[in-house]
Design a binder for this molecule. Structure first.
Ligand code: NAD
Length: 495
């Protein structure tokens, strides 16, 4: 059985002999096992992170940028292998996996500009012959804890920029699909990154707790479900760490009566069922405004039935399985709850079977109509291929739905009215907003992050928010007096 180890100080190593199984979600078979790092593994990772960090911080930003540039080339060269590692353990289609690696690569490209991004501010003569400047310095050792649904992209939201800023970084990837993180670490070493600057520790909650409680780690970046995000935020604060903890979502796509309905349906189908709905920016709620609801539901239904649900090895697959047997059961249970609470089940994806893959974790595209805001399937994140249509009388009612929801990751409006679009982008209480765009995921040079229960902490990830998160600000005030000796001053200096 293939074993996936930690990556510490430039090598695949594990002291621990405890492991967890990794399944192929398309077949249900166990295909590998992953180490659960022990305290000894953790201590080794800290030792090598510490030993490398100061030298790395003192390496000029331009030299760091050149290593990142080599890394970018290597990721491009190894794109097919990286994507198939993602697909094999996660189950998403190969094209989707490639897309996700590319979105991660964009952060590496952004981080290549680190000499420019780290430029400080300078003021001459803040007082007579006194100058002042601000610089940003690395934090030390940073850690990242990431979810199963983007095993390449989400880690890459974090470590390239943190490392570009002069930190060393410890990644704790999801235990469900850990192989890609090892390949990404090996490629970074090949690109010229000194050993120890990027370490990967495998495992679950126990390893996370070692990270949270460590005095050697300065910051924690987390992406995952909301209950765990809240825990990470609270524990990191108790242990005095800088923290950004991104949580779950329930993204609404509002369809106005004047929208191009076919475009809206394409948006809902792609963003609702793509990656089997296992995206934090998936559209899980379609809000039908006014009298278009019947037509919208009918069109979504027709299109959802055309989707090909198949393993990632089938090049025509539109969506693959969900991550685990447990998760399949959880999604199917939500569908049953929806029925029990009175939503109209238009298309039922439970008990979905594919010939030759009967033990795979497949859930078919599922569509609910007449979902109301008191229902469990509306309030909670399902994280599967389930789209709920909620009917709203008018725009105000639709906007209130968006704003009253506990989650605030992404939302979108489909309309041909510029005034509505502008009102929506201004007044929606959501971190990432789209107009006639179903998944408004910001590019690497902007920042990604939700509001409300979708993000705990003050900083979004990547973009300038990332640079600020991974550095601390220092301001210097400096004077070089020659002969003036004016004696001690007891009054706060003013200008
Ligand atoms: P998860 O919260 O179960 O796990 C995330 C990470 O936390 C993993 O590395 C896991 O090992 C660790 N973990 C799990 N339980 C823990 C515990 N009790 N204590 C400490 N650590 C723990 O999330 P998941 O199922 O891997 O990923 C899906 C979730 O991630 C969804 O809720 C999705 O919306 C969210 N997500 C959010 C974003 C975003 O940008 N907001 C992006 C991707 C995924």
């Amino acid at each position: 059985m293939k074993r996936i180890d930690n990556y510490i100080n430039g090598s695949n190593v594990s002291i621990s002999n405890k492991t967890l199984p990794i399944d192929d979600p398309s077949t249900g078979e166990t295909i590998a096992e992953v180490t659960i790092a022990s305290k000894e593994d953790f201590d080794e990772a800290i030792k090598s992170s510490k030993a490398s960090q100061l030298n790395w911080a003192n390496t000029t930003p331009l030299k760091r940028s050149r290593i990142l540039s080599n890394y970018k080339n290597l990721i491009e060269k190894n794109m097919d292998e990286l994507a198939s590692l993602v697909s094999k353990e996660h189950g998403k289609t190969l094209d989707d996996a490639k897309g996700s690696v590319t979105r991660g690569l964009e952060v590496v490209e952004f981080a290549c500009g680190i000499p420019h991004l780290l430029k400080g501010e300078f003021s001459q003569n803040v007082g007579t012959n006194i100058d002042s400047w601000s610089i940003r310095q690395p934090l030390g050792i940073c850690a990242g804890i990431t979810p199963f649904n983007f095993p390449a992209m989400v880690p890459m939201w974090m470590y390239p920029l943190s490392i570009a800023c002069g930190n060393s970084f410890i990644l704790k990837p999801s235990e469900k699909d850990p192989s890609c993180s090892i390949k990404l670490a090996e490629l970074f070493t090949e690109a010229g990154l000194p050993n120890g600057v990027f370490n990967v520790l495998q495992g679950d909650k126990d390893v996370v707790d070692l990270i949270l409680q460590s005095n050697d780690i300065s910051s924690v970046s987390f992406v995952g479900s909301t209950p765990v995000a809240r825990y990470i935020y609270q524990q990191s604060s108790i242990y005095g760490k800088r923290v950004q903890a991104l949580g779950g979502a329930k993204n609404h796509l509002v369809v106005m009566p004047d929208a191009n309905l076919d475009q809206a349906v394409d948006g809902i189908i792609g963003a609702g069922y793509g990656s089997a709905g296992e995206r934090c920016m998936a559209v899980s709620v379609a809000v039908a405004v006014g009298d278009i609801a019947d037509e919208l539901v009918e069109k979504i239904h027709v299109e959802s039935q055309k989707l090909k649900v198949a393993p990632w090895t089938d090049p025509d697959s539109d969506m693959g399985p969900v991550i685990s047997k447990l998760h399949k059961e959880k999604i199917e249970n939500y569908i049953s709850i929806g029925v029990k609470e009175g939503a109209k089940l238009v298309e039922d994806g439970r008990n979905y079977k594919i010939q030759g893959y009967e033990n795979g974790y497949f859930v078919g595209p599922t569509l609910f109509d007449k979902v109301t805001k008191d229902m469990t399937i509306y309030k909670e994140e399902i994280f599967g291929p389930v789209v709920s249509v909620v009917r709203a009388k008018n725009y105000d009612e639709a906007l209130n739905l968006v704003n009253d929801h506990d989650f605030g990751n992404g939302t979108s409006v489909y309309t041909s009215d510029g005034e509505i679009a502008r009102h929506f982008t201004t007044n929606s209480k959501i971190g990432m907003v789209g107009v006639n765009v179903p998944i408004p995921v910001p590019m690497a040079f902007h920042s990604f992050g939700g509001w409300k229960q979708s993000l705990f902490g003050d900083h979004s990830v990547h973009g300038m928010e990332g640079v600020h998160f991974y550095t601390k600000l220092k301001t210097v005030t400096s004077r070089w007096p020659k002969s003036i000796q004016s004696g001690p001053e007891f009054v706060l200096p003013t200008n």
